[in-house]
Design a protein around this ligand. Structure first.
Ligand code: F0G
Length: 482
């Protein structure tokens, strides 16, 4: 695993790769960063990359690829139908997951679209540990609703429990009994639970969920987009699996599921997606939708080059040195922030470091989007682009009132093998300064609010001129330094 013990006794994350191609990044002066976020409607999704220093918006589609992935891209077999590239990908998936049927898609939410259209009837409920934004939207559009059954610890910011993404099994049983199995479209297990801080689910919990569902005749759908991180935590935190072969663990997970889907922008460090299915009838129903929405069955909207990169990237997911880099960097960043008094989600999960914006900006009410305000403020003082994961990422209720998020988080994603430890130290330093000066951060209000997935392109404005005061305070402390 890529962490080494120093002579001092300190355990230090170690990059088990060398960088052979680089991309220049810009660190612009604070005045330009402030102008850029104003132009972006205080929404980090609308920033232009040329104004960003460290892009920690997401790890989606921006992970570093290996030389073997690039080499594989050169042998891609371009053809509309029957490409050899497709068959290589199908064989890799079969080898890794041992599920009989595969459907390619252009990305993760496309899988969710196809799955919801096939399995969700109006009025039905989908039970899950926790929702993801696009998942919930697709289920809602099909007339379904969701219930979230994550363990109580998963809803708390700080904990020492290793698997905060686990289901509360009593609540799962209770929901099935109350709703009736026929009214439950499926139970969805999300690996590395994204919106609560990249928190993993244990093998024991997945096994118990799948047994309950099997007994009730309810299909189990696994969102494996964050499988790499979850595998790392199983192999390092779950006693029975410590040191166990990652491919064996992966196959054991797949054996518990009826349907497994993934965003290949995350899993396999490429761009695309896929659905694996056990039941032939379900597969045939889903298959009809692929040419309609995605593309022909042997590419599903993916470029052949990405499919080749994915085939290699999937195998690299089975290497602990490769998959440990993000969780170890997340832990290093979280530890440093905590040491300097900045509140974060604990234990550190996968995906990224999650700053507790609710506590950081406790002076800002949820109506004024504290996590969105913190994301904008962090960009102004550092050029680091994070993502709001709080009330702004929720959808308004039918009566127009806000759905207040259970947690107000600023997510600082750590794309796989992209950034260095000194860059992580910079992030921690600027956030520590911002925390010290947090009283200067004010709220936000919508200027333009889309009705669906509003966080992607909604535009906001600060309540009061707090960005100017923040920039002035930064200049006082940092002088001419960027
Ligand atoms: N499921 C999970 C758990 C995800 O994290 C994502 C994407 C999706 C599904 C949808 O996949 O983007 O390929 O359509 N998460 C990205 C993120 C967007 O930034 O966390 P997609």
């Amino acid at each position: 695993m890529s962490s080494v013990k120093f002579w001092s006794g300190e355990q230090v994350p170690m990059e088990m790769h060398k960088v052979r191609m680089v991309q220049r990044v810009n660190l612009k002066p604070i005045e330009e960063r402030k102008a850029a976020i104003e132009e972006a409607g205080f929404n980090t999704f609308l920033l232009r990359n040329r104004d960003v220093f460290l892009d920690m918006l997401t790890d989606s589609g921006v992970n570093a690829m290996s030389e073997n992935q690039y080499a594989a891209m050169m042998q891609a077999d371009d053809s509309y139908a029957g490409s050899e590239t497709y068959y290589r990908l199908e064989a890799a998936l079969e080898d890794m997951f041992a599920m009989p049927y595969f459907l390619p898609t252009h990305q993760g939410r496309a899988c969710e679209h196809i799955i919801a259209k096939t399995l969700v009837n109006p009025g039905q409920t989908v039970l899950m540990n926790y929702h993801f934004t696009t998942t919930k939207a697709h289920i809602s559009i099909c007339g379904g609703q969701i219930e979230e059954l994550v363990s109580a610890a998963g809803r708390e910011i700080t904990s020492t429990l290793p698997f905060k993404g686990n289901f509360d099994l009593d609540r799962l049983n209770e929901s099935i009994a109350r709703l009736g199995a026929e009214n439950v479209s499926f139970v969805r297990i999300e690996a590395g639970t994204n919106l609560i801080g990249g928190q993993p689910v244990s093998m024991a919990n997945m096994r118990a969920v799948s047994e309950i569902c099997r007994a009730a005749g309810i299909p189990v759908v696994y969102d494996a987009s964050l499988l790499a991180d979850n595998l790392y935590f199983i192999a390092t935190r779950e006693e029975e699996y410590i040191g166990k072969n990652l491919k064996d663990i992966t196959r054991e997970i797949a054996a518990m599921m009826d349907v497994l889907y993934f965003s290949a922008r995350k899993l396999g460090a490429a761009r695309g997606g896929g659905i694996l299915v056990k039941n032939e009838d379900v597969f045939l129903k889903m298959r009809e939708l692929i040419p309609l929405y995605e593309g022909f069955l042997t590419y599903g909207g993916m470029s052949v080059r990405e499919m080749e990169a994915l085939t290699v990237g999937l195998y690299e997911t089975l290497d602990l040195d490769v998959i440990s880099q993000t969780p170890l960097f997340v832990a290093a960043l979280c530890d440093e922030l905590q040491r300097r008094g900045v509140p974060v989600v604990t234990p550190p999960g996968g995906l990224g470091c999650h700053v507790d914006a609710g506590s950081f900006c406790s002076h800002i009410s949820q109506e004024q989007y504290p996590a969105g305000a913190l994301a904008a403020a962090a960009f102004i003082v550092s050029g680091v682009r994070g993502m709001e994961r709080g009330t702004l990422s929720e959808q308004r209720k039918a009566d127009g009132s806000e759905t207040f998020a259970e947690m107000e988080l600023l997510r600082l994603a750590v794309p796989k093998r992209v950034y260095t430890l000194s860059q992580m130290k910079y992030v921690a330093d600027r956030l520590a300064w911002l925390h010290e000066n947090r009283h200067l951060i004010g709220g936000l209000q919508f200027v333009e609010e889309p009705s669906v997935l509003r966080f992607f392109f909604g535009r906001l404005a600060p309540i009061g001129d707090w960005p100017t005061k923040l920039a002035e305070a930064f200049r006082r402390d940092f002088g001419d330094s960027l």
